[in-house]
Design a protein around this ligand. Structure first.
Ligand SMILES: NC(=O)c1ccc[n+]([C@@H]2O[C@H](COP(=O)([O-])OP(=O)(O)OC[C@H]3O[C@@H](n4cnc5c(N)ncnc54)[C@H](O)[C@@H]3O)[C@@H](O)[C@H]2O)c1
Length: 325
């Protein structure tokens, strides 16, 4: 029998999950959708009010893709209704609220998976498996470049919690995932170099963050909200026995040369293109965990740890010093 899924929020990311389930994951189906704004969406979607979706005994699992400031509330309501939940990152902007939500998850015994999709990207999976096989020896340094092609709209920025909790949180999770260790210290430099709406919203758009892990190993992350050449997503892992890295994916790998120089294709434009495969694989993993009643591969605790690093990074920028976790 197919896993019956309800989706809350059918914006940029909700549509990706909806399409993957309906078109490419035959073991599940989306049977209900709760969405406040229906303009531009097909009218034949199974729209319902949110309470109806959460309380529906014929829904097995819920995918939460509404704005960040709704996540904790919706996770708790789903948990109390006995539904397994896949929730987009971050769980909330407040660590206290995240801990409260994880408490409800624990008490109700539901499964909660966080949408750290980059762990499921085939390139990063390969990198992680090289680390696990010991090919780099003891890992000493992880270097992550993570730059968006352009900033999100102001309305999104306002409920996003700022760049560290919205965007860099993926990189904090990637650093933990690659290292397989916990972060003990965070130091961040950040600025609003693009100015405009981002600065007016009190947010930042450019940052360098250094992380120190429990054994003294390190990670360095650099971010920008605007890379004019596309979505720049690179990771390098350096250790005592070698180095491995992942470069950007491009639509093709041609190179053109003439007397003026060389030319190649730019990186794939944004997350919908670059991480297509990862969204499918993460959802497949969630559906499998629900159907086989096994642990989800990215837990609520991973959401808490990444959010702790994000909050510490912000504190580091404000106080101009490293923050111990
Ligand atoms: N994992 C990723 O790569 C990734 C990528 C983008 C966004 N996200 C996360 O997903 C969430 C949504 O981001 P987005 O870019 O899709 O935003 P979006 O604004 O495109 O979509 C959000 C949708 O939720 C709807 N909505 C708002 N309140 C609602 C409610 N109470 N009930 C039902 N629907 C409601 C809105 O009408 C909108 O259509 C954010 O938390 C964001 O951090 C994750």
């Amino acid at each position: 029998m197919k896993l019956r899924i309800g989706i809350i929020g059918l914006g940029r990311i909700g549509k990706i999950h909806y399409n993957n389930i309906m078109q490419r994951l035959p073991e599940a189906e989306v049977t209900q959708v709760a969405e406040l704004r229906r303009d531009g969406l097909p009218t034949d979607l199974p729209f319902v009010e949110i309470d109806e979706l959460i309380d529906n005994p014929d829904i097995d699992a819920v995918i939460i893709c509404s704005p960040t400031d709704t996540h904790a509330d919706f996770v708790e309501r789903c948990a109390r209704a006995g539904k397994n939940v896949f929730c987009e990152k971050p769980l909330d902007l407040s660590l206290h609220r995240i801990r409260q939500t994880l408490q409800v998850v624990q008490e109700t015994g539901i499964k909660l998976m966080l949408g750290f999709n980059r762990r499921f990207d085939p390139n990063f999976l390969k990198l992680r498996s090289l680390v696990e096989e010991g090919k780099m020896g003891e890992v000493q340094l992880v270097k992550i470049t993570s730059r968006d092609p352009g900033p999100p709209p102001l309305a999104y920025l306002k409920s996003s919690g700022g760049m560290f909790l919205d965007m860099t949180i993926h990189d904090f999770d990637m650093a933990r995932y690659m290292m397989g260790k916990e972060v003990v210290q965070v130091y961040a430099e950040a600025a609003a170099l693009l100015g405009g709406e981002i600065e007016e919203a009190g947010d930042i758009d450019t940052a360098v963050v250094t992380l120190k892990f429990e054994d003294g190993s390190m990670a360095v992350i650099d971010n920008s909200r605007k890379a004019v050449y596309g979505y720049d997503q690179r990771v390098e892992v350096f250790g005592a026995a070698g180095m491995a890295k992942v470069d950007n994916n491009t639509p093709d790998n041609h190179q053109y040369f003439n007397e003026e120089g060389a030319q190649a294709s730019l990186p794939l434009n944004f997350f919908m293109d670059r991480y297509t495969e990862s969204y499918l694989t993460e959802m497949e993993a969630f559906i499998r965990a629900c159907k086989d009643d096994v642990a989800v591969p990215v837990a609520g605790e991973d959401g808490l740890q990444a959010a702790r690093i994000a909050v510490a990074a912000l504190q580091s920028v404000r106080e101009g010093k490293p923050i111990q976790l």
